[in-house]
Design a binder for this molecule. Structure first.
Ligand code: UFG
Length: 338
């Protein structure tokens, strides 16, 4: 059977997607350089699924090494999760982001082209919509201006993929725009494990609940647009998100060629305050917090219209906010000594 190449395979979303691929009897080849993940994730994926896959410790900027993977394996499709994702860091180090995310994607696409592999799933982000003075985002809206170089890399790669398809419409591409992925696999073996002080809400809540950080700052509680004054987001369980990739691959298998864009979100926004309160309640832990000034660049409410993914991929997020909070904490508890 031809294989699915997963770049960034030991990262947060990549690892959950490999689990789903293996559970759907797909053959997997994974690549990662552990720049933001740990090696033991490989064994943990094998433990969860009881299945094996091939792994290469490779930086996807090294084109000759990617070439070698294509020579050694019969690749059917590529899912590209490799890429840096810290918004604040991207503002401080834009070149690092443009080089890694954009050049890495170009490398992959060039090697794919040379080997006649044209099926590509791209890990994009809802950040490509920018601020359009609305709260619910639909795929047919224009891309906006991203608020960070990280977001701009996603916009640039989406554009590169469109141009590539325009130049050669035998390509078969799915662009998946994620909203706010949280949670972890229910086994507690894999989850999100950012290095240092996290930027995103859920990893921060996890560190406060685990007493590694004293207190959560809730950035802004005076937003008129939301029910309790804190920002609202479309939080989405990472396992649901991973399943969206399987559905996208099935779509590409069926279509043969095209370029398809999908929002992956629940369509139901929850506020930061609701997230914190739910986390405390379902896990019976304390999460001390205080209100802090608004964080620059934050939109009051930001959520998906998930209709297109439902209609065309037959995908809907199924897990609840309680599942997201429970599974995130379970991952912390199970990994306390690591
Ligand atoms: N927040 C806090 N305290 C924190 C961290 C976050 O109150 O310590 C708040 C933020 O102000 C925001 C909400 O929690 O209102 C969510 O913030 P995140 O940083 O978790 O997520 P964002 O919505 O800002 O960003 C996410 C992804 C980005 C992506 C963006 C747009 O992390 O990669 O959505 O899709 F670009």
């Amino acid at each position: 059977m031809k294989k699915i190449l997963v770049t960034g395979g030991t990262g947060y979303i990549g690892s959950h997607t490999i689990v789903e691929l293996l559970e759907n009897d797909r053959e997997v080849v994974a690549v990662d350089d552990f720049s933001n993940s740990k090696e033991d994730v490989i064994e943990k994926i094998k433990k969860i699924t009881g299945k094996d896959f091939k792994f290469y410790n490779v930086d996807y900027l090294k084109k000759e090494k990617i070439e070698k993977i294509f020579q050694e394996n019969e690749i059917d499709a590529v899912i590209n999760f490799a890429g840096y994702k810290a918004v604040a860091e991207s503002i401080k180090e834009p070149l690092k982001y443009y080089k890694n995310n954009v050049c890495g994607a170009i490398n992959l696409l060039e090697v794919m082209q040379e080997h006649g592999v044209k099926k590509f799933v791209f890990s994009s982000s809802a950040t490509v919509y920018g601020n359009q003075n609305c709260s619910k985002y639909t795929e047919n809206m224009e891309r906006g201006h991203a608020s960070s170089p990280y977001g701009t890399t996603k916009i640039m790669i989406e554009k590169i993929l469109e141009d590539l398809y325009f130049s050669d419409n035998t390509w078969n591409i799915a662009i998946l725009r994620y909203f706010n992925p949280v949670g972890a696999h229910e086994s507690g073996l894999i989850g999100e494990n950012p290095q240092g002080i996290p930027n995103n809400l859920m990893p921060f809540i996890m560190k406060v609940a685990n007493k590694e950080i004293d207190c959560l700052n809730i950035f802004g509680n005076d937003y008129k647009e939301t029910k309790d004054g804190t920002c609202a987001r479309d939080f989405l369980h990472v396992v649901d998100l991973a399943k969206g990739h399987i559905k996208a691959l099935e779509k590409l298998d069926k279509e043969k060629n095209g370029i398809f864009v999908y929002n992956l979100g629940t369509g139901n926004p929850y506020t930061v305050q609701e997230m914190v309160e739910t986390f405390k309640k379902v896990n019976n832990v304390d999460v001390p917090y205080k209100y802090a000034p608004r964080r620059s660049g934050d939109l009051p409410i930001f959520y998906s219209d998930p209709t297109k993914a439902k209609e065309e991929l037959n995908w809907t997020a199924e897990k609840t906010i309680e599942d997201m909070c429970k599974d995130s904490w379970n991952f912390v508890v199970k990994n306390k000594n690591n």
